[in-house]
Design a protein around this ligand. Structure first.
Ligand SMILES: *Cc1c(COP(=O)(O)O)cnc(C)c1O
Length: 468
């Protein structure tokens, strides 16, 4: 067995490891050289698509060289190790202060109330838990039962809210999105509320459609409702995308702490915060909104560390990346980058809307992403679906996802592009040319594709008839 044992001089692809199946179940008995191990792992991570041509993801795929250097140099830093790296926590609280002020916090304390997470998911969980604990405390003080908490959100929610409700055993009350009501309807949301509602969660930058819930209108409805009923239902804004878009491209829109009932806001630093994954942020309106039970003080490695969060150890590099971006870009830089993304998104939206085969899902573009569907005519006559178009585009390297919308509007199949920093007008033109070419190719098909056949079968079952 050892005859072919690799040594430091073994050529990587002349090694025994390269002709053996990779370990999948048990740890290998013996060592191998770092070069071979590196190659085996590296070769597994060969990208299916060019990260920059991946228009499906919201997550940052470009940072400048200084940011990249800074983060690479910090790769070994543990955020929680505050004796070794006391300044990282300071930097994180500066980021929280900056975000709180961008979102118009009324907090009087110099140090604003917030926490960092691995992404919006952790940040949403923390916002949700704080709403639940505040609700429970109030109910207990009133001597009322606390066994049936619920949370109100639209069916356009991201899966994190399903996780949150499942893990903390909170009833998830979903307000349906419909073809007419494409964002959370404030009046409908109120109908789902009662004394057991821990919070309502509007979304700034709905993942499925790119639209924004009308948070100002929701705040107004909730204010009237809370006054009428004596309840105290707050808002947590899931601003995974919008938290870094609205302050820069639409500063006059009131969606944040300027609204009375907004108690907490979460965002993804690694989406339009322009940092590589994973970082997220949550900010509370003020100290009183962050229950004390959520802060844990531990004596760790010789320092007293107070932390709000689900993870304990976590990478520090992303905090450096976020703080770097704030310094490097400033308000002006963020505004320019986001405005460029908006402009490219609007340009693509316009051009796609002009194509005979497509119809945009909404007339406006309020975040740098949008969805479209097949036009009425094409829905009737085309021999292909958007799933086929996705497959053809993938051949030229683009990742443009097709999917069906949530419950109640799940008969609508859409395609989405997210325009991120790194997408230029030239790339947009290349994409549009490739879409046109792909459509031409699909239009010339003699027979319907299998996904089209499946679609027609389903439509026939619903009583709709097709000819060809
Ligand atoms: C992306 C997203 C999340 C989850 O964020 P992560 O940063 O990926 O954990 C939550 N809510 C919305 C609206 C999102 O778009």
């Amino acid at each position: 067995m050892n005859t072919k044992h690799s040594t430091a001089t073994t050529a990587v692809y002349g090694s025994e490891e390269m002709v053996r199946p990779a370990p999948t179940m048990t740890i290998p008995e013996e060592m191998t050289t770092p070069e071979i191990a590196y190659r085996m792992v590296k070769d597994e991570t060969y990208a299916q698509t060019q990260p920059r041509l991946n228009l499906a993801t919201f997550v940052t795929t470009y940072m400048d060289e200084y940011a990249t250097r800074l983060m690479n140099e910090a790769i070994a830093m543990n955020y929680i190790d505050q004796t070794e790296y006391p300044r990282v926590a300071v930097m994180a609280s500066r980021c929280i202060n900056i975000l709180a002020n961008l979102w118009h916090t009324p907090e009087k304390e110099e140090s604003k109330s917030g926490a960092l997470g691995i992404g919006s998911s952790e940040a949403c969980m923390l916002g949700g838990v704080s709403a639940w604990l505040r609700w429970r405390k109030r109910r207990q003080a009133e001597g009322k039962p606390t066994d049936k908490p619920n949370l109100v959100i639209s069916t356009g929610m991201q899966v994190v809210w399903e996780k949150f409700c499942q893990l903390w055993q909170i009833e998830l009350r979903q307000v349906p999105l419909t073809a007419e009501k494409r964002t959370l309807c404030p009046k409908e949301a109120i109908k789902h509320c009662d004394e057991n509602t821990i919070c309502v969660v509007p979304i700034a930058g709905v993942t499925w459609t790119g639209l924004n819930d009308d948070i100002e209108a929701l705040d107004r409805e909730l204010d009237a409702y809370n006054t009428r009923t004596g309840h105290n239902i707050p808002i947590h804004v899931d601003a995974a995308s919008g938290g870094f878009i609205l302050p820069f491209v639409s500063p006059e829109t009131k969606w944040d702490f300027r609204l009375k009932w907004v108690a907490s806001i979460s965002t993804s630093g690694h989406k339009f915060g322009l940092v590589y994954p994973g970082i997220g942020w949550v900010v509370w309106r003020d100290k009183s909104m962050l229950p004390e039970e959520m802060s844990f003080s531990v004596n760790y490695l010789g320092a007293e560390v107070t932390q709000v969060g689900l993870n304990f150890s976590r990478p520090a590099a992303q905090v450096l990346g976020q703080y770097y971006n704030f310094i490097r870009l400033g308000r002006e830089g963020y505004t320019r980058v986001q405005q460029n993304s908006m402009e490219i998104a609007r340009y693509c939206h316009k051009r796609i809307g002009e194509m005979e085969c497509f119809e945009n899902y909404s007339t406006e573009v309020v975040n740098p992403l949008f969805v479209w569907c097949l036009s009425e005519e094409y829905r009737k006559k085309a021999k292909w679906t958007l799933y086929d178009l996705q497959a053809v585009l993938q051949q030229s390297g683009w990742m443009v996802p097709a999917y069906s919308l949530p419950r109640d509007i799940d008969d609508i199949v859409v395609m989405r592009i997210v325009v991120r920093q790194g997408m230029s007008r030239d790339m947009a033109d290349m994409l549009l040319r490739d879409i046109e070419a792909a459509v031409k190719e699909l239009d010339s098909l003699k027979y319907p594709t299998s996904s089209r056949q499946a679609f027609e079968k389903q439509e026939r079952q619903l009583g709709k008839i097709f000819t060809h």
